[in-house]
Design a protein around this ligand. Sequence first.
Ligand SMILES: C[S@@+](CC[C@H](N)C(=O)[O-])C[C@H]1O[C@@H](n2cnc3c(N)ncnc32)[C@H](O)[C@@H]1O
Length: 221
Amino acid sequence: MSRVMRAPTHGDLYSVANRWPPGPAREHPPRKTPQLSTQLRPTDVKRLNRQWRRRTEGRLALLVESVTQPYNLGSILRTAATFGVDQLWLTGNSANPDDPKVGKTALGTAAKVEHTRMASTADALAAARADGYRVVAVELASGALPLHAAPLEPDVCLAVGAEDHGCSPALLAGADAVTYVPQIGRVGSLNVAVATAIALSEARRREWAGLGGEADAPAGS
Ligand SMILES: C[S@@+](CC[C@H](N)C(=O)[O-])C[C@H]1O[C@@H](n2cnc3c(N)ncnc32)[C@H](O)[C@@H]1O
């Protein structure tokens, strides 16, 4: 009698490839039916944001030096609003937050971030210090610490530089520390708005990681 062989499915191959130690297949306990995850509604997101706001005390600021592309500045403003940046200083020839092109990516969030244009980077550094911030420049620079090891605990002011030439020597020299986002791809650098988002997220994560289990509750629970 001939037997009909079926071609191995992706699942068969996966389970053989991942069996360790190799040997006969083991019985697995029946899986629990996973709860269906659904997107939060806007009111739920508002409630969730409120919960995180209540748990977050550290002050966070941002110094933006010569970010000339309006879409980049808009994106930075939106991320700054998301992570509760208390103060944003603009220096050099940074784009204007009121430029309609900034609004295309800021989507109305520019009004939610207090921002001040300063005459020079030195003035912005002095203002940040006077407000009690440690300034950490975010740049691929000699002596910079990888992000995970950088002193990002509150109160911290992160500083990012121009799309074409990066943070100025004055900014790097005037900062209390310099940090970089490690890269493993064959790329020169991140987009400035993306680098800002990663660094702001890490700064907040430091504080949130120290909270108790209450903060680990899934969204919407
Ligand atoms: C496009 S990069 C500047 C380009 C680069 N410095 C150069 O001269 O080729 C713009 C800004 O993004 C930030 N940036 C981009 N990639 C980064 C990384 N891997 N680590 C830290 N900062 C980064 C820095 O603030 C930098 O000044």
